[in-house]
Design a protein around this ligand. Structure first.
Ligand code: LLP
Length: 435
């Protein structure tokens, strides 16, 4: 029995809609987001904090997938927003996202980016380094404007995940080292400043994490530091931000916990440590990206050419590839897929799914069993909602796919497909004279 919803034609349904009809209507490659899943995840996080009676902000880490319409969904679900660039911030402003719930991240924010943030009076800047503190001191004073900040720290926690996406360990380009005095020095720089209002501490220990230990250790280290500052300086931090990183199930191999479990366990650690002191329970903020949108997104591709390497494998090529999903090539990330128009077929063959980019390494799935495929079949790859479109490129001058939202049998375009004109619209003709 298929674990996926299938209609009477044997076609895969997404959000109650025949996925092959979506492919026909919007073309392929196509990203399809089922909004009901995103809402379910968002409410799950918010309700967990409510049940535990903890003041909180759940900020969508929008690097996972950023677009005007997606920001509007997050606004409807009362989430906050984590942005990391002028581009994401501008998108949020275009989307009408409440500025007081926007948090600005980044290890090298430019002066222009900080000014944009100040101009729009966004909720909080997550300060990463001493250079940024200096910039903010100058800019806030020049503009006579106060700003809320968190200090980002690296707590020295090695989260068990892929090396490239581990950020909380000591050797990291992000944040102030919590263990060697950097964080204390940063605290001294800001806690009495006229224009800078320190809310508290932030850390992000990594991504696609399956257990709770890393989060608990990080929570403990940060809250202890906040209590230490309270005891030494009488300064009450009001916010503890523990970042994102909650893992999701890409394939049967993955065994993430329920998102609420991570949250509940962090809360227990913080509550227990705070209970022994006069320090007031801080708000707890989190920043999930992948766990909000990852499994809500699927990619639809049209299958084209096939090549057999005798005794080795059969390649099936699709009309997208590393240009719309770099994760397999970059991280060796694994995905599951089906042929959306052959959900009822039981005879399978082994295939390697190749992309259409001019690189041998452009393989989306190394090995998968699928019904015998023919040109024109629709391949649906699951769990591509996070870091798929957002890391897409125009490599080989491929146009970036369209993005469609579906919910309860309805659908809408959220990002239109690029056109060939889009491909050249930044290019200027040669004007230098030939010598
Ligand atoms: N907060 C901060 C400060 C982050 O750096 C990140 C992700 C998040 C929150 C959200 O993490 P999430 O809940 O999505 O795991 N491109 C990689 C992932 C890079 C994550 C970068 N930071 C991938 O495709 O797996």
């Amino acid at each position: 029995v298929s674990k996926h919803a299938v209609n009477e034609k044997g076609h895969l349904l997404i959000g109650g809609i025949d996925s092959t009809e979506l492919a026909k209507t919007y073309g392929t490659p196509l990203f399809v987001y089922d909004l009901s899943l995103i809402r379910e995840r968002a409410r799950g996080f918010n309700n967990t904090f409510k049940e535990q009676n903890v003041q909180a902000q759940v900020a969508y880490a929008s690097k996972a997938f950023s677009s005007v319409a997606m920001y509007q969904v997050m606004k409807q679900e009362n989430l906050s927003l984590d942005v990391v660039s002028a581009g994401e911030l501008f998108t949020a402003i275009k989307a009408g996202f409440p500025v007081e719930r926007i948090h600005f991240h980044g290890n090298n924010k430019s002066k222009e980016e900080l000014l944009l943030a100040l101009e729009h009076k966004i909720g909080c800047i997550v300060v990463d380094n001493f250079y940024e503190i200096e910039l903010l001191k100058t800019l806030t004073k020049e503009h006579g404007q106060k700003v809320n900040i968190l200090l980002r720290v690296t707590p020295g926690v090695e989260a068990h995940t892929h090396d490239y996406i581990t950020t909380g360990q000591q050797d990291s380009k992000f944040g102030f080292d919590l263990l060697n005095g950097q964080a204390d020095k940063a605290f001294q720089e800001v806690y009495q400043h006229d224009y800078i209002h320190l809310l508290g501490l932030h850390c992000h220990i990594g991504s696609q994490i399956f257990d709770t230990i890393g989060f608990k250790v990080a929570a403990e280290k940060l809250i202890k530091k906040m209590i230490e500052w309270y005891n030494d300086y009488g300064f009450q931090c009001s916010v503890l931000n523990l970042g994102g990183g909650f893992g999701i199930k890409y394939t049967e191999e993955d065994s993430p916990l329920e998102p609420s479990v991570y949250v509940r366990e962090m809360i227990i650690v913080v509550k227990d440590l705070v209970a022994e002191t006069n320090f007031a329970m801080p708000e707890i903020w989190i920043e999930p990206g992948r766990s909000l949108v990852g499994d809500a997104g699927s990619s639809l591709y049209t299958i084209g050419s096939e090549k057999e390497v005798p005794d080795v494998r059969k390649y099936l090529a699709v009309d997208g590839g590393m240009s719309d999903n770099i994760r397999p090539a970059l991280y060796g990330a694994l995905y599951d897929a089906v042929i959306a128009n052959k959900m009822d077929e039981t005879n399978v063959e082994d295939y390697t799914i190749a992309g259409k980019c001019c690189e041998s390494g452009d393989k989306l799935i190394e090995q998968i069993s699928l019904p015998k495929a023919e040109p024109g079949d629709i391949l649906a790859m699951f769990c591509t909602g996070a870091y798929g479109y957002s890391m897409a490129s125009n490599y080989n001058r491929l146009v970036r796919p369209a993005v469609v939202f579906v919910e309860n049998g309805k659908h809408q375009l959220a990002v239109r497909r690029e056109t060939l004109e889009d491909i050249v619209h930044l290019d200027l003709p040669l004007t230098l004279e030939k010598e």
